[in-house]
Design a protein. Sequence first.
Length: 251
Amino acid sequence: MSDSKLAGQFFDAAIGLLERVRDEESAAIAAAGTAIADTVAGGGRLFAFGAGHSSLAAQDVVYRAGGLALMNLLAVPGTVGVDVMPATLGSALERVDGLASAVLDSSPARSGDLLVIISLSGRNALPVEMAQNARALGLTVVGITSVAYTTGTKSRHVSGGFLRDHCDIVLDSKIAIGDATLTLEGVEAPFAPASTVVTSALMQAMMATAAEELVARGVEPPLLRSGNVDGGHEWNGRVMREYGDRIFYRH
């Protein structure tokens, strides 16, 4: 069997996007990593939120070997994944006004904390309101979104604004409208989306920057080790005991 030409094209497209965000978003990545380090060093807590497939990159940094123990998932019921039935309900909930404020008000998030909001389009009510309300509560808000949507689509929020309009720091994933990277004659729809690859890379780049910044300040980054290496469970137990009041997935 010969190598797939389309597989190679997808890798090329993904690598090209990764190179773009590395080169063009370096200042935003540095700012986000510094903000995360500020929050950790200042006694604050970290949260990540995404709806639908944007939640994958949020989940990727929570309770993760090699990740910061203080990163918590801010979950909105029904929007975290495709396990909700029907799956279209999750998409519908992203457009419901008031849902974000209800979730934030019942969450442990408070002034001095930091929230990363991931939304590819940034146009739905849920991520826009999440950003608005989080900033009103005194949280630092980092948004990861595709700025292309702000010029090629219309907002679905009553304000007419997008996620990028309500963040302290914005990272542009450079993803084209529609997400998919490939087309093929005879196939009606474009395919092979790359937003998860790129957004997860942006998240990990932010975390690496935060760790570097903390070390520079003389603060040991509260990192988790793999439970599948010797001593991992003991290490993680110590970290969770030390930072237990800032970790919410363990209760």
